[in-house]
Design a protein around this ligand. Structure first.
Ligand SMILES: [Fe+2]
Length: 458
């Protein structure tokens, strides 16, 4: 259990840390010196049982900081630490009454009753936290009522419209995040570190969620109001929803509209910027995974297609839809980094998943066939791991059977795999170039490799 203490005074921090440790050795005190520190701890270090906010802060407004913390972390008690007049003058009634366990801790720390006062408030906050956890505790319910969602997809949000559960056994689920309450990425990464791959929402809420999120994505793309830096996250959400929707329900009219809207947004965004290195420099590499690799593939394919003179809206949009669907049937998110059946990494997976990996271009192509607005994309997806030297999979056709469209797409997917999740640099682009020339430098693929070299001025 953690406590966040925000104060500019190092001595007070040390003293309070010691006192809290004596009162309850299970409480760990995380210290922050200013607003920036405090918000970054709240985002990455939580969850916190309560906050201690020094109201004598000189460089920041403690009331605004307190309200921000509540907005960001949900309702938690705050202990207002400071002189009586500063607490009275600087903390508004709204913040003071935000939580019924909010209290004052009057300075100085060495006054006689400070320890007792701290101990009482601290016990009340801990009991409150334990009660909250109890309410959310394990529920024995029919497993069919829950729908798994990859833990990665929750990284794209900081609050979620439905309760989120974790499976304890196949029959018991524990609520770990309440609907509409803010959560931090660290909360999720703590579970991911414990090898939790899926979190669950209730089945009857799933369709509502997919429909609402699809509509939100489509509206945000069509509004034309997204700044460059926001477009990537909005597109990553869109691709993630597209995957979830197709895998859970299948291809519906909403799926078709969403796919079309994603394709149009990428095509138009690339046309506006026309410079792949600029896009990659802006791109948030934090979200690496299937959705992110798909989006990078889409941008690479735009650059190559435009580079060799393809202007058709239909063709450039097709490339984006292929990029979005290529890896939709992979059984494990981490498999998107594997590019060959001979890879050592592949042998780490169970045999059934290895088979699913080998067949994923075929199963993804079957799905692609259902998106009737985009005819003939299935052959691009089925061949997305093929190589002109016949080292690819699953069909290993001769180089002459692979078209220029295959060359554009396969090279896009290959370099996107190398770049996804990495900090971009000329070195990384060069490394990908050497890999490309070693694996693909034949027939129509040569021209695309030349394009790659031009784009990054190698
Ligand atoms: Fe793939």
């Amino acid at each position: 259990m953690k406590v966040l203490f925000i104060s500019e005074n190092l001595e007070d921090q040390e003293q309070l840390k010691r006192m809290i440790h004596v009162k309850n050795s299970k409480l760990e005190v995380v210290a922050a010196f200013n607003v920036e520190d405090a918000m970054s701890c709240a985002a990455s270090d939580g969850p916190f049982v309560f906050f201690i906010l020094d109201c004598d802060l000189k460089d920041s407004d403690p009331n605004a900081l307190g309200l921000n913390l509540m907005e960001f972390t949900g309702e938690k008690p705050i202990f207002f630490f400071g002189s009586e007049h500063n607490i009275k003058d600087r903390i508004g009634q709204d913040l003071f009454n935000f939580h019924n366990l909010n209290e004052t801790l009057l300075k100085p720390i060495d006054r006689d009753d400070f320890g007792a006062n701290l101990g009482q408030n601290l016990d009340a906050a801990v009991i409150h936290m334990q009660q909250e956890m109890q309410e959310d505790s394990i529920q024995e319910i029919d497993a069919d009522e829950y729908i798994p969602m990859k833990i990665k997809s929750f990284y794209l949000f900081n609050r979620f419209p439905y309760d989120i559960y974790m499976a304890i056994t196949t029959k018991s689920y524990m609520k770990i995040i309440s609907a509409n309450k803010p959560y931090s990425i660290s909360t999720l990464s703590n579970y991911a570190r414990k090898n939790v791959k899926y979190l669950y929402i209730k089945k009857d809420e799933q369709l509502k969620y997919l429909e609402n999120e699809s509509a939100k994505c489509i509206n945000s793309y069509e509004s034309g109001l997204l700044a460059d830096k926001d477009i990537y996250l909005a597109l990553l959400r869109g691709i993630t929803i597209l995957h979830q929707y197709i895998l859970a329900i299948g291809v519906t009219p909403t799926v078709n509209t969403l796919a079309d809207s994603i394709a149009k947004t990428v095509v138009d965004h690339y046309k506006n910027i026309k410079h792949l290195p600029t896009i990659l420099a802006q791109y948030p590499n934090f979200y690496g995974g299937i959705a992110s690799k798909s989006l990078l593939t889409a941008y690479f394919s735009q650059a190559f297609a435009r580079g060799i003179g393809w202007e058709s809206e239909m063709t450039t949009k097709k490339l984006v839809v292929c990029a979005a669907l290529q890896d939709i049937t992979l059984p494990d998110e981490s498999m998107n980094k594997i590019t060959s059946l001979d890879s050592d990494q592949l042998s780490d997976y169970p045999p059934k998943e290895q088979d699913q990996f080998r067949d994923h271009p075929i199963t993804a192509a079957e799905i692609a066939r259902q998106l009737t607005n985009y005819p003939d994309i299935d052959f691009i997806i089925e061949a997305h791991h093929e190589m002109p030297c016949r080292n690819g999979f699953p069909n290993r056709p001769s180089a002459s059977k692979l078209t220029q469209m295959n060359a554009v797409f396969n090279i896009s997917a290959y370099v996107a795999t190398i770049i996804d999740g990495e900090e971009v640099s000329q070195n990384l682009y060069r490394k990908a170039y050497y890999s490309l020339t070693a694996e693909y430098n034949q027939s129509s693929f040569k021209e695309i490799i030349k394009e790659y070299k031009n784009i990054f001025a190698l």
